[in-house]
Design a protein around this ligand. Structure first.
Ligand code: ADP
Length: 265
């Protein structure tokens, strides 16, 4: 279980997360949804300690995240981003098994795991394992990003807008893949998106955020039938929720979070 207890985050005096209280149950497919700039990525990155709260606590399996060894904590988590940035000079097999190398697992075992995972996502291991990232399409690369996150059998998978740069067909296929993998692995998934359709499709539990504050948490069904306030109602009912996104972007002059991901692995 992951618990946020009265978590706030300020940058230069500006509050971007405001007294967040949140429980993510073990094994849940938990989706954080809201307009751009509402604090979703900040929340996600607190789970793997890429960002630390200004005040409040994050507790994972009963232990405060500060008490974990950082390397050990991150090895227990898979992390998938929008631009997954595979290592260009490593083969697909090597990319998938990079965390296993950090765990000093023998090469034979690493390749076997990589091939198993390639098969899981419908890519022929003999053909794809030896290729390099530039020889794969965007959708295929994103598939590799997902299975790379699974290679060390992490307890928690964090996904930050992983499919927003993809065409609708690839996005649809990869959403299917996430649903299938979640069912098979029964691991905790925390998935960030600004797209309410994606949230409704994937989320067992959905948390709706606006301007650093949690608006509502519940199943898609319960949120649609009993929206907590007019913001949630509009966000989910408006077929063109991108309008809210644009309005919010203009209002808050948002920029995307820095480049803390560069040295993640
Ligand atoms: P979301 O993921 O919902 O788009 P973020 O968590 O990325 O939102 O950002 C929330 C707010 O925090 C935004 O207003 C953003 O501009 C601000 N923010 C994010 N990272 C930084 C940073 N490193 N310095 C200052 N402000 C930041």
């Amino acid at each position: 279980m992951i618990k946020f207890k009265h978590v706030s985050k300020k940058y230069d005096g500006n509050t971007v997360l405001d007294d967040l209280n949140l429980t993510i149950e073990t094994g849940d497919l938990f989706v954080l949804v809201g307009p751009s700039g509402s604090g979703k990525t900040t929340t996600l990155k607190m789970i793997n300690q890429l960002i630390k709260p200004t005040t409040g606590d994050i507790v994972i399996e009963g232990k405060n995240v500060n008490e974990y060894d950082l390397k050990e904590l991150r090895l227990q988590m898979g992390y998938v981003l929008q631009n997954i940035a595979l290592f260009p000079n490593l083969s697909i097999d090597e990319n998938i098994s990079i965390q296993l190398e950090a765990l000093r697992r023998p090469k034979k075992e690493r390749i076997a795991i990589a091939h198993d995972l390639l098969e899981k996502v419908g890519l022929d291991p003999e053909k794809y394992g030896r290729r390099y990232p530039h020889e794969l399409s965007g959708g295929e690369q994103q598939r590799i990003g997902i299975i790379r996150a699974l290679a060390s059998t992490p307890k928690i998978i964090l996904m930050d807008e992983p499919f927003s740069a993809l065409d609708p067909i690839s996005r649809n296929q990869l959403q299917e893949l996430v649903l299938r993998l979640h069912k098979e692995l029964q691991t905790t998934f925390v998935f960030v998106t600004h797209d309410m359709h994606e949230a409704l499709r994937l989320g067992d539990t959905i948390a709706v955020m606006k301007k650093g504050q949690l608006q509502q948490v519940g199943s898609g069904e319960s949120i649609l039938s009993h929206p907590a306030n007019s913001f949630v109602d509009t966000f989910f009912k408006n077929e063109h929720s991108e309008n809210i996104l644009v309005k919010d972007l203009l209002e808050h002059n948002c920029f995307s979070a820095g480049d803390e991901n560069a040295n993640y692995f």
